[in-house]
Design a protein around this ligand. Structure first.
Ligand code: BDP
Length: 691
C-alpha cells in the first residue's frame, strides 16, 4: 500500500458475519436530487460501498428494505415526508442527520441535511461507520460543525517549493494549470470533505504577489472549480504591498484612496472568475513582510481596508497575529498580545484575527496564547501547525492531536472557570460573528501526501477538531487507525498507545520542562541549544534558555518579563509561582536553579536528564511495539514506518545527548547514575547536521 488513498481505503471487510449484516442493511440507495455535490456523493458512496462490501449497491427510485435514502427535505419528497424539519433546524448549512427510519413499513436509513454539502458530509460519516465496523442497525446521529471556517493553510510557493514542507513539492502544478487538471486535486478535495475541512489557502503567507495576476487567477479558478462540489472554498495569501508591486502605485497605505480602489478592483476581478472565493490570509509587518505599519497605520486599518474590498462579495480576511520585533529587550512572547489586544473591537465584521496556538511559534510544547479570550469584541481563529517544522519534520512519528487537544482544553478563565480555548474558538465569549481553525498543511506531492505515513493522522486530526474541538485525541486516533490500517484490535490498541504517547516522547527528547526554541538555526532540523549567533537576537537559542551556572529558563514571572500578566487570574497566579507552575512549563516561565527540588524530589538537573532519557526510551518503546505488529498490516507501510522509527530513535538520541551535554557545561553536575552516558563529546554533536 503506497498510502495514496489516505484514510479512505474502503477495503473489503474480512469479517463474514459483519459483512452479511451490512449487506442486509444496505441493499440499495436512493437520491432524488441532482447537483455537482450530489454527483460527488454518489461516486463516493458507490465506490466506498463497493470496496467495503465487495458488491455494487444499486441506486433505486423507490425505497425498499435496506435502502439508504439521501436528501434534503426541500428537494426530496421522500425525505420531506419524514418530518425531520425540527431536527434539521439546528444543523445549519453543513450539519446532517443519519437515522434508522421506517418508510412504508420498510426498514431504511436516511441521511438528511439542509444543503447538499451536509449530505456529502453525512455520506462520509456513514462510510466511516462501516470502515470502523460500527453497528448501523439503529442509528441516530445528528452533528454540525462547531466552527465555521475549517481551513488548511498551504505554505506553498509558486515555484513549487513549500516553506517548512517535508513531503515533496507542492501539489499545485502551476505550470500545467489552467489547462491540465491533475486528478489528485479531486482526491485532495475528497479527503478534506471527508473530515469537514471547508477552506484552503493555496499559497504561502510569505506571499508572492504574482498569485493575484491575470496569469495566476485563471489557474486558481480551475482549482476552485474542482473543489466546489466538495464544499471546499479557495482563499489566497496576499502581499500587502501588491498595489505597488503589481499595480504600479507609489504606496500601499491602506488609507490611500487609490490603494483601496486597487484592492476593490482586484477583488472584483477575482470574484468574476470565482464567485464563491473565500478571501485573503495576511501576514503583515511580520518577519519582513510589508504591512500597514509601514505607513504608520494599524493592523486593524490594514485589515479593514481589505475587508471592505471583499465585503460586497461576502469574502473574509484572516489577519495573522504572528508579529514580533527584533528588540531583544521586549520578550517575544509578549508582542502579539501587546500588538493586538488594544485593537479589540476595531476590526470589521468580516475580519478574523488568526492566532498561533502558543505565543512563540509551534514549539513541541507551549502554553496557550494569552490572546485567546482576551479580545471579546473580535472574531478570533486558531492557527495550528500540522507540518512538523519543530517536531522532526516527516521523519518523526508525532501524533499532534494530543498537542491540539492540550491547547483546546486549556482554561483561559476569560469568563471564569471553563472558558477553554475550545469555547473561545466557538465564539462563546465574543461579539465577533466568525469562528475558525486553520492548520498549516503537511501535504506535498509525495505519493502518500504527507511523507510519514503517520503524518496523515495529523491532517485528519485537524479536520476532526475543527469540526468538533471537544473531540479527544483518543477518539481521533482510534478512527484514523481503523480507517487507515485495519480494525484488528491487536493492532489498534498498541498503535493507539504509540500515537497517544508520541508527542510527549518528542517533548521529552527535544524540549522538556518548558524549554523551547533550542533547535538548529534556520533549518529547525535537530538540536541547537548552543545557537548564539543569529540574524536577530530573538532567534538565538540562548535567548530562550538562559542557561548559566545559576540555572536555566526564561523568567516571565512578574519579576521578569511579566508574560504571566497577560493571562487571566487564576492562570496568571498559577504560572507566576514556582510551586504552582506546571512542571511541563516550568522553564517557559521561570529561571530555575539547577539544584531546585522538583515534585519528583529530584533536583532540576536530574529531572531534566530523566526527561531527556524518558524521551529516547519512549521512542525505543514505540519501535518495539511497531516491530510487534508485523504481519498485521501491509508490508510496504510496515517497513517504511519501521525504518522511520529507526531514524527517529537515532535523532532522539542526538537531541538528548546534545542537550544534556550542552546544559551540563552550565550545571556542572553529573548525569544521574544509571543513565547511559553519551558516547560522543559535545563537540561532535555541535558539528552534526541532520539530513
Ligand atoms: C515560522 C516559520 C516561517 C514562517 C513563519 C510564519 O519558521 O518559515 O514563515 O513561522 O508563520 O514558523 O509566518
Amino acid at each position: 500500500d503506497d498510502g495514496y488513498r489516505l484514510w479512505l481505503k474502503y477495503e473489503k471487510l474480512t469479517d463474514a458475519a459483519l459483512l452479511e449484516q451490512y449487506r442486509q442493511a444496505l441493499q440499495s440507495y436512493c437520491v432524488e436530487q441532482k447537483s455537482a455535490t450530489i454527483t460527488a456523493l454518489q461516486s463516493e458512496l458507490a465506490n466506498g460501498l463497493k470496496g467495503l462490501l465487495g458488491n455494487d449497491v444499486k441506486q433505486v427510485k423507490s425505497v425498499n428494505n435496506g435502502c439508504l435514502l439521501i436528501g434534503t427535505p426541500n428537494v426530496s419528497p421522500l425525505v420531506a415526508n419524514l418530518n425531520l424539519a425540527s431536527q434539521l433546524k439546528s444543523l445549519g448549512n453543513e450539519g446532517f442527520l443519519i437515522k434508522t427510519v421506517t418508510i412504508n413499513k420498510k426498514q431504511c436509513t436516511v441521511i438528511a441535511a439542509n444543503k447538499d454539502i451536509g449530505l456529502l458530509y453525512g455520506v462520509f460519516h456513514f462510510l466511516k461507520l462501516i470502515q470502523t465496523q460500527q453497528s448501523i442497525a439503529s442509528l441516530s446521529v445528528a452533528t454540525a460543525p462547531k466552527i465555521q471556517l475549517r481551513m488548511l493553510d498551504h505554505w506553498d510557493n509558486l515555484d513549487g517549493s513549500i516553506e517548512r514542507g517535508y513531503a515533496g513539492t507542492s501539489i499545485w502544478n502551476w505550470a500545467e494549470l489552467p489547462k491540465v487538471t491533475d486528478p489528485r486535486y479531486t482526491d485532495y478535495a475528497r479527503a478534506n470533505a471527508s473530515i469537514g475541512i471547508n477552506g484552503t489557502v493555496l499559497n504561502n503567507v510569505n506571499a508572492n504577489p504574482k498569485i493575484l495576476t491575470a496569469e495566476y487567477l485563471p489557474k486558481v479558478k480551475v482549482l476552485a472549480d474542482v473543489f466546489r462540489p466538495y464544499g471546499l472554498k479557495v482563499y489566497l495569501s496576499i502581499s500587502f504591498s501588491a498595489p505597488i508591486t503589481l499595480g504600479g502605485l507609489k504606496t500601499a497605505d491602506p488609507l490611500n484612496a487609490d490603494v483601496a480602489q486597487w484592492w476593490k478592483a482586484k477583488a472584483n476581478e477575482i470574484y468574476k472568475l470565482i464567485p464563491d472565493f473565500g478571501g485573503f490570509l495576511v501576514k503583515a509587518n511580520s518577519e519582513g513582510q510589508p504591512g500597514p505599519q509601514d505607513y504608520g497605520r494599524s493592523h486593524a486599518e490594514g485589515a479593514n481596508m481589505l475587508a471592505a474590498a471583499l465585503q460586497p462579495h461576502n469574502g473574509i480576511v484572516m489577519w495573522r497575529a504572528f508579529v514580533y520585533n527584533t528588540n531583544p529587550a521586549e520578550d517575544r512572547t509578549l508582542q502579539a498580545y501587546n500588538g493586538f489586544k488594544p485593537l479589540d473591537g476595531k476590526f470589521n465584521d468580516n475580519v478574523l484575527v488568526q492566532i498561533k496556538n502558543g505565543a512563540i511559534d509551534f514549539q513541541p510544547r507551549e502554553p496557550f496564547s494569552p490572546l485567546f479570550g482576551a479580545m471579546p469584541a473580535t472574531s478570533l481563529m486558531m492557527e495550528f501547525q500540522i507540518t512538523q517544522e519543530y517536531l522532526g519534520f516527516s521523519k518523526h512519528l508525532v501524533f499532534l492531536a494530543t498537542l491540539f487537544e492540550e491547547t483546546l482544553k486549556s482554561d483561559t478563565y476569560a469568563k471564569g472557570k471553563g472558558s477553554t480555548v475550545a469555547n473561545v474558538l466557538q465564539g462563546k465569549y465574543s461579539t465577533g460573528k466568525l469562528t475558525g481553525m486553520a492548520g498549516v498543511s503537511n501535504i506535498g506531492n509525495s505519493r502518500n501526501w504527507c511523507g510519514h505515513p503517520f503524518g496523515q493522522a495529523n491532517w485528519y486530526a485537524l479536520g476532526r477538531l475543527a469540526w468538533n474541538p471537544e473531540l479527544t485525541a483518543d477518539t481521533i486516533a482510534d478512527e484514523w487507525i481503523r480507517m487507515t490500517f485495519c480494525n484488528d484490535n491487536e493492532f489498534v490498541a498498541p498503535i493507539k498507545t504509540v500515537m497517544l504517547q508520541s508527542r510527549e516522547n518528542t517533548v521529552n527528547y527535544m524540549t522538556p520542562m518548558g524549554l523551547h526554541h533550542i533547535m538548529a538555526y534556520d533549518t529547525h532540523n535537530g538540536p541547537g541549544p548552543w545557537v548564539d549567533t543569529a540574524a536577530q537576537p530573538n532567534w538565538k537559542s540562548t535567548y530562550y534558555h538562559n542557561a548559566s551556572a545559576g540555572g536555566i529558563g526564561f523568567n516571565r514571572a512578574s519579576t521578569g518579563s511579566d508574560a504571566v500578566g497577560q493571562y487571566f487570574p487564576p492562570v496568571r497566579d498559577e504560572f507566576e509561582k514556582l510551586e504552582t507552575c506546571p512542571e511541563n512549563l516550568l522553564l517557559w516561565f521561570h529561571n530555575v536553579k539547577w539544584t531546585y527540588t522538583t515534585k519528583s524530589g529530584r533536583t532540576l538537573w536530574d529531572a531534566l536528564c530523566y526527561h531527556y532519557y524518558a524521551g529516547t526510551d519512549g521512542v525505543k518503546a514505540m519501535a518495539k511495539t511497531w516491530d510487534g505488529v508485523k504481519g498485521r498490516i501491509d508490508n510496504e507501510t510496515f517497513t517504511k514506518v519501521q525504518a522511520l522509527l529507526k531514524t527517529q530513535e537515532e535523532e532522539a538520541v542526538i537531541w538528548r545527548n546534545s542537550c544534556v551535554l550542552y546544559f551540563q557545561t552550565f550545571s556542572k553536575m553529573p548525569i544521574p547514575a544509571g543513565l547511559e552516558a553519551p558516547d560522543k563529546p559535545l563537540s561532535y554533536y555541535k558539528g552534526l547536521t541532520l539530513e
